[in-house]
Design a binder for this molecule. Structure first.
Ligand code: GTP
Ligand code: MG
Length: 190
């Protein structure tokens, strides 16, 4: 797929206000600072389409990008940022749950996982929740700047093992680095 156009079309805090119509959409979610916005920039080949965080927790709305006029990418706010207040965390949860459970245009959730660290409980809890709700998920390992490095393959392997404690079959998985140009073709192809 050739990305000819990629345009920001709006930000929302309520699923009811998200764009109408039938265009399929793909949402990006994961821990705060995992590289969601960077990945969207990388995939679309637009360096400044999405703001990349200097401080974690930057993305707080549901942000829409229209690709080639025929599909949408959705940048969701990250979870697990320690400095977020209890009220904001509850608000996040409600907003994301409403979006993930209620958005009929949603085809796939791309769950981003930092490839540089061992499996984190918060990520496993989240992907297991997606599984319980039968929300189609693709795992995208990020920040694999040296994709062949031993720690990366160990972390990926451990993540798979953890998943297999609950999942009969593993979801599709991709290894990427927005910084070092890893995995774009594979993910776009998917
Ligand atoms: P929030 O919107 O705050 O949840 O963050 P985010 O998940 O959108 O992450 P963002 O893309 O803003 O990136 C967070 C930090 O990770 C930035 O400092 C990026 O430069 C860095 N980063 C993103 N992708 C990569 C990568 O492939 N490799 C490395 N080494 N750093 C990356
Ligand atoms: Mg972001």
């Amino acid at each position: 797929m050739l990305i000819k156009t990629a345009d920001y079309t709006g930000s929302y805090v309520e699923v009811a206000k998200c764009p109408e119509g039938e265009l399929p959409e793909f949402a990006f979610i994961g821990r705060s600072n995992v590289g969601k916005s960077s990945l969207i920039n990388y995939l679309t080949g637009r360096k400044k389409l999405v703001k990349v965080s200097v401080t974690p927790g930057k993305t707080q709305t549901i942000n829409y990008f229209l690709i080639n006029g025929n599909l949408r990418l959705v940048d969701l706010p990250g979870y697990g940022f320690a400095k977020v207040s209890k009220e904001n965390r509850a608000r996040w949860r409600k907003m994301i749950e409403n979006y993930l459970l209620g958005r009929k245009q949603l085809l796939y959730v791309f769950l981003l996982i930092d490839a540089r660290i061992p499996p984190q409980a918060i990520d496993l809890e989240f992907i297991n929740w997606l599984g319980q709700k039968s929300i189609p998920v693709v795992v995208v390992f990020t920040k694999a700047d040296k994709p062949g490095a031993r720690d990366i393959s160990v972390n990926v392997q451990h993540f798979k093992q953890k998943l297999l404690e609950n999942w009969a079959q593993l979801p599709p998985m991709f290894i990427t680095s927005s910084e070092k140009n890893v995995g774009r073709e594979e993910l776009i192809g998917f």
